[in-house]
Ligand binder design. Structure first.
Ligand code: HEC
Length: 189
């Protein structure tokens, strides 16, 4: 399916209001259709992805290169695209998720791809005005991320990627201590 058709289908899918709950609505779909090849339990990590370890899954959401899941933006989420499109890497490989399952996943991403419906939503904390557009961050594995600071949002720091200006939430806990402090300093009033 061409990206254009994909973009056309999504608004149709998200026409009705539905508050997706990851544990109740989304995890069972992944368990039934994906865990066979993508879970720690089955010891299968096709393409490096597991969806039953939520800490790992959350990190994939913050993937900077391929936006597997871009919270709030289903049309930019590769994770969803491969379930909808007929292109190569269609998932699951020889099956098609039902329209209702696709709709639930679309809604879940539209609503911010949250893993805990009941988690208190902290008010986003915006950046101080005079910050450099690109700053240097290190994650807990020592990898450097060059990105601008946008705001703190719950347990994430939202970074702006220099290449495409995409805003990507990154778990604070996965940053080095120095970078966590930097993020808090950037947000401080
Ligand atoms: C029968 C095994 C199987 C099942 C079931 C399966 N996958 Fe996959 N998945 C694969 C394989 C094999 C690859 C690697 C494909 C490749 O790299 O050519 C892959 C790759 C992927 C990728 C990376 C592809 C890319 O383009 O970056 C994602 C994301 C993914 N699968 C998600 C899912 C989701 C979501 C489901 C359930 C809806 C699912 N898969 C079900 C076998 C499976």
């Amino acid at each position: 399916m061409s990206p254009l058709r994909f973009a056309f289908i999504l608004p149709l899918l998200s026409a009705t209001a539905f508050a997706a709950d990851f544990k109740k609505d989304i995890q069972p779909i992944l368990e039934k259709n994906c865990y066979e090849c993508h879970s720690e339990k089955a010891k299968k990590k096709k393409a490096g992805f597991v969806f039953d370890n939520l800490e790992v899954f959350k990190l994939d959401i913050a993937d900077n290169d391929v936006a597997q899941i871009r919270p709030g933006k289903p049309a930019e989420s590769h994770f969803l695209e491969i379930m909808v499109s007929n292109g190569k890497n269609h998932m699951p490989p020889d099956e098609q998720l039902s329209t209702s399952d696709i709709k639930k996943i679309t809604e879940w991403i539209s609503e911010g791809a949250s893993f805990d419906k009941d988690a208190p939503k902290m008010a986003p904390v915006a950046a101080k005005k005079s910050l450099p557009p690109i700053m240097s961050w290190t994650n807990s594995e020592g990898k450097t991320i060059k990105a601008g600071f946008v705001r703190l949002e719950g347990e994430n720091v939202v970074l702006r990627m220099p290449l495409n200006a995409a805003e990507v939430p990154y778990p604070l806990a996965k940053l080095s201590e120095a970078s966590q402090k930097l993020a808090r300093d950037c947000a401080a009033p």
